[in-house]
Design a protein around this ligand. Structure first.
Ligand SMILES: Cc1cc2nc3c(=O)[nH]c(=O)nc-3n(C[C@H](O)[C@H](O)[C@H](O)COP(=O)(O)OP(=O)(O)OC[C@H]3O[C@@H](n4cnc5c(N)ncnc54)[C@H](O)[C@@H]3O)c2cc1C
Length: 382
């Protein structure tokens, strides 16, 4: 039964796969996890650092600590994927496995919109957070715009969560009444995955806080002080951006890439068209009954990774496969005042996904904080 699972990407999906595999299989099973970065932190930390609710450093953990689960972490750059050989080429040579799990996430591509990187602050990338935070600290009122300049992007509700965090932050600093706060997205609805009702709910949250919002705002380019749209412009003094995202280059160049470059998988097993090769999280593609892509979220990547690990373990132990991934999950969205609402989705429902929003309550905000603490504890030991 001795075998090796090679996991490409040490984010939510990759780590959940590794930890669950070790829960199910003894030390004779090798688990190799590859990522270019030494540390893991959750996306929610980016928004918390921006508005002073904590720092990314406080929520960062060394991936080397996964050795407590017998996971062999390699900090290397993946340069090619060979699904036929269940292998990857890396900056330190070739790695092979009996099973291969591709969990390489979505890559931010601000370069796809002229002027976006030069004139905006990308808080979807960890690297963009310090400069955005400094710019916000220096902001003394004016026009503050959150711009969704491409889709799909990780965590569909997060731009609005970010906007509400900014609203609260400005209130605390006594600058809210000096600020025109707005959020604009290229998508036809604020949250297409949550449908018309979910988007209206979010619109109401923004209305209640005096935040202007606009859907269908397709950015052509960004110039100093203004976003130029296909049909007009939006002026700003400070611009926070969600850039377009695309599959990582190494995936685009691999035989796994589907039509749009994301990796097509079976909706229930998360297996690719190559036997023994799986893909989970933001990098994979499942088309829902309404034609939209499966939402990219850490909670979902974790559930998918867990299912894949159980399937690999069952196969190696000669057991029945685990229940199929059912496409259900939930995520709390912070709405300020120490409260959060919960978006619960049954994404595989027919004829369209079923989405319910409950709250906001203080208990849901506590659940969101606990989600981070508990996972850091379980995965890295605190
Ligand atoms: C601001 C913000 C807030 C968010 N809030 C939430 C939230 O509250 N709840 C939630 O569920 N989700 C949230 N998300 C979304 C969540 O972060 C992503 O959906 C999740 O990280 C996806 O997990 P993943 O494992 O698919 O990919 P990732 O976590 O992106 O991991 C992919 C890994 O692959 C590595 N990699 C890529 N290419 C290479 C290469 N060539 N060589 C080596 N390594 C490579 C990367 O370094 C990375 O560590 C948020 C995202 C953002 C940006």
């Amino acid at each position: 039964m001795s075998a090796r699972t090679l996991i490409l990407g040490g984010g939510f999906g990759g780590i959940a796969t590794a930890v669950e595999l070790r829960r199910r299989l003894g030390e004779e099973h090798e688990i190799v996890l590859v990522d270019r970065k030494p540390e893991f932190a959750m996306g929610l930390r980016k928004l918390w650092e921006l508005v002073g609710h904590g720092t990314v450093a406080e929520g960062s953990r060394s991936r080397a600590l996964l050795s407590r689960h017998g996971v062999d972490f390699r900090q290397v750059e993946i340069t090619a994927i060979d699904p036929e050989g269940r292998a990857a080429e890396t900056s330190e040579g070739r790695l092979e496995g009996d099973h291969l799990v591709v969990a390489l996430g979505a890559a931010a591509r601000p370069d796809l919109v002229p002027g976006l990187a030069e004139h905006g602050h990308d808080v979807w990338a960890f690297e963009g957070v310090p400069a955005a935070t400094a710019a916000l600290r220096g902001f003394e009122g004016g026009r503050l715009l959150v711009l969704v300049a491409g889709a799909p992007y990780p965590c569909p509700p997060a731009p609005y969560e970010c906007t509400i965090h900014l609203h609260e932050h400005l209130l605390e600093r006594g600058l809210r009444y000096e600020t025109d706060l707005a959020v604009a997205t290229l998508q036809p609805l604020l949250m297409p995955n949550a449908g018309r009702k979910g988007s209206e709910w979010m619109g109401k949250q923004l209305d209640e806080r005096g935040v202007a919002y606009r859907a269908g705002a397709k950015t052509e380019r960004v110039e100093p002080g203004r976003v130029v749209l296909a049909d007009g412009e939006i002026p700003f003094d400070l611009l926070i951006t969600v850039p377009p995202h695309r599959p990582p280059e190494v995936v685009l160049e691999s035989p796994l890439a589907g039509e749009q470059g994301w990796i097509p998988v079976d909706a229930g097993t998360l297996q690719t068209s190559y036997p023994g090769v799986y893909s989970v999280g933001d990098v994979m593609a499942i088309t829902l009954s309404n034609g939209l892509p499966f939402p990219k979220a850490g909670v979902m990547a974790k559930l998918q990774g867990t299912r894949v690990a159980r399937a690999i373990a069952a196969e190696l132990r000669g057991e029945e496969p685990p229940p199929l991934f059912d496409g259900s999950g939930f995520c709390p969205i912070e709405v300020g005042g120490g409260a959060a609402a919960v978006v619960q989705g049954r994404w595989y429902a027919e004829p369209e996904p079923v989405v319910a929003i409950s709250g906001p309550t203080a208990a849901h905000a506590a659940e969101k904080a606990a989600f981070e603490t508990e996972h850091l504890e379980r995965w890295f030991g605190g």
